[in-house]
Design a protein around this ligand. Structure first.
Ligand code: TYD
Length: 230
């Protein structure tokens, strides 16, 4: 199926999502990008899923505790959808319509990968939930950070120190391998929206690749001066 182009009203902010498996380094890169955009006077907010709004943060605790898993894959997906619904209506849409750029750590591709490919929730159910929660809202750009599973799992373990793994970190290597494949498929199926970035490189090099992806899409090709074209 052909990739549907993003419809964006004039003056609306850009919606950029970050995706990837455990330990792919999303939060570091989001922070670096937000700092760079803010320095260029592009008003930017950083948010995350599950969570990002008071209501959705309550649901985040529930799903990451493993409570959602006990309910079964479809009910767990409904919890993610409920969180997204609140987050989109109370944070993402209002920011975009004020011209603010939104950088979001995970969005609907996470549901496609984790609950769809891994949890075997059917595309029909996922489509129905997307219609309700996000409607026409599609990211203008999705950065998918790709790392081999062993690297990502090691980084995630180092990050949590002696702490217990959460609901998804606790899954086995095969789960994480399939997750990586799911993201590679998403990147291949929507090449205009998605950019796959090798996240094994050092953080500065990854940040440069991310910046290049934004420049190609959103800013005048010959300049790094983003303020004029934002
Ligand atoms: P988080 O601690 O934010 O993980 P990470 O640093 O890897 O982003 O936990 C979010 C977890 O929830 C993560 O393992 C992915 C999972 N998730 C889903 O399964 N479905 C979803 O729709 C979303 C948004 C997240």
């Amino acid at each position: 199926m052909a990739e549907t182009p993003v419809k964006r009203a004039p003056g609306r902010g850009r919606f950029i999502t970050f995706e990837g498996g455990e330990g792919s380094g999303k939060s570091t890169q989001i922070k670096t990008l937000a700092d760079r955009l803010n320095a260029a006077k592009v008003r930017t907010v950083v948010t995350r899923e599950p969570g990002g709004s008071p209501g959705a943060e309550i649901i985040r605790h529930l799903v990451l505790s493993g409570m959602g898993k006990l309910l079964g894959a479809e009910a767990e997906t409904l919890l993610f959808a409920a969180a997204r619904d609140d987050h989109v209506r109370s944070v993402i849409q209002p920011a975009l319509s004020q011209g603010i750029w939104v950088l979001c750590d995970r969005f609907s591709d996470s549901t496609r990968a984790y609950q769809g490919s891994l949890g075997k929730v059917s595309p029909a159910v996922l489509n129905a939930m997307e219609r309700v929660t996000i409607g026409d809202l599609k990211p203008d750009l999705t950065i998918i950070l790709d790392v081999p599973v062993e690297v990502g799992m090691k980084r995630a373990a180092a990050r949590r120190g002696g702490g217990a793994p959460d609901r998804f970190e606790a899954e086995d290597v095969r789960f994480h391998q399939e997750l990586r494949e799911a993201y590679l498929q998403i990147a291949a199926s929507e090449p205009q929206r998605c950019v796959l970035i090798d996240a094994t490189a050092e953080p500065g090099a990854i940040a440069a690749n991310i910046w290049a992806a934004l420049r190609d899409r959103f800013f005048a090709a010959s300049t790094d001066n983003v303020a004029s074209s934002a």
